[in-house]
Design a protein around this ligand. Sequence first.
Ligand code: SF4
Length: 110
Amino acid sequence: MAEKSLDDTRTFATMVAAKQGWELNPDAEFTDSLLEGLTVNWNRYGYFLCPCRDTEGSREDDAAVVCPCTFSHADIADYGHCYCGLYLKAGFSASGKVPGGIPDRRFSKS
Ligand code: SF4
């Protein structure tokens, strides 16, 4: 599988945001650190494992947390941003808000 560069991952994340009607976090340094994490995970595991979560050991067990994770829509609807803070609801940053810590739904029973 071809290695991905940071720019490849940035293109991917930009396309995801455009498709979903989300925004990328405008904090360039923070966003770059997450994109770097996604890039490292792609090159290590072969899929975009969420940069804020640990692998459970296989693609099957990580399926819910391959970016954009299955929780991103609910988190963005409820909190205005995904768990990592990479993707934001449209208008979130324009309103002056910044992403904060939110619960991880991955192992949540509710
Ligand atoms: S929380 Fe979800 S959408 Fe956000 S970076 Fe991680 S996998 Fe991607």
